[in-house]
Write a protein that binds this ligand. Sequence first.
Ligand code: CO
Length: 215
Amino acid sequence: MSTLDTLFERNRNWVNNKKEEDAEFFQKLAQGQSPKYLWIGCGDSRIPAEEILGLSAGEIFVHRNVANQVLSTDINARSVIEYALIHLKVKHVIICGHYGCGGVKAALSNEDLGETLNMWLKSIKEVFVENKAELSAITDEEAQQDRLVELNVLKQVERLLHTSSLQKAWKENPEPPVIHGCVVSLKTGLIKSLIEVEADEEKIEPIFRFQNIWK
Ligand code: CO
C-alpha cells in the first residue's frame, strides 16, 4: 500500500485509455522522442503545458521554474535549452508567463522571502527598474503586475537570443526555431502571443553575437 495509491490508480487508467486510442502508443513512445516544441513556463500548478495546449506525451519538451526565467547562471534551464535546440532540434520555443504570477507579485513587493528566493526574483526586480517609467505610471496594482508579467516574458525572450545554443540553432538547424513570447490568463485559460522572433542575426544585439557562429 502506498499513500499514492489514488494517483497510481489514475496512472493505470491513463495507460488503458492511451492503449484504447492506439494499441502501439507505448511501443512508439519507448523508441524515442522528437517533440516540435520546447516550453519554458512557470512552475505554477495552474499552468500544465501539455494540458492547456492539448498535447500528448512525446509532443513537447518542458522546462518550468518560478516565474518562467531564462537566467545565464541557471545550468538547469540552459542545459534544457541546449538539449532541445541542438539535439532535439525543436521548431518552436514557447516562453510563456501567466497573469497573476506569484513570483512576479513577490518581486514587486519588498518582502524578504529568504536568501534563495530573493536571489531568484532579483532579476524580475531588475526588469521592473528597467521599465520603471512605464510601470510606475500604471496606478492599478493588478494592471501593473500584469504588465510586469509581460515585460518579464519579453526579457526572457531577449536572454534566450543571447545563448550560443539559440544562435547555433538559428544558423545551423535545417528548420531554425521560432521563438514565441506568450502569456496565459488564468481567468480565461487563453494564451496570448506577445512576440514572435524568427531566425535573424540582426535581432541579436551585436555584443551578444558569437563570432565563431556568425563568421
Ligand atoms: Co507564476
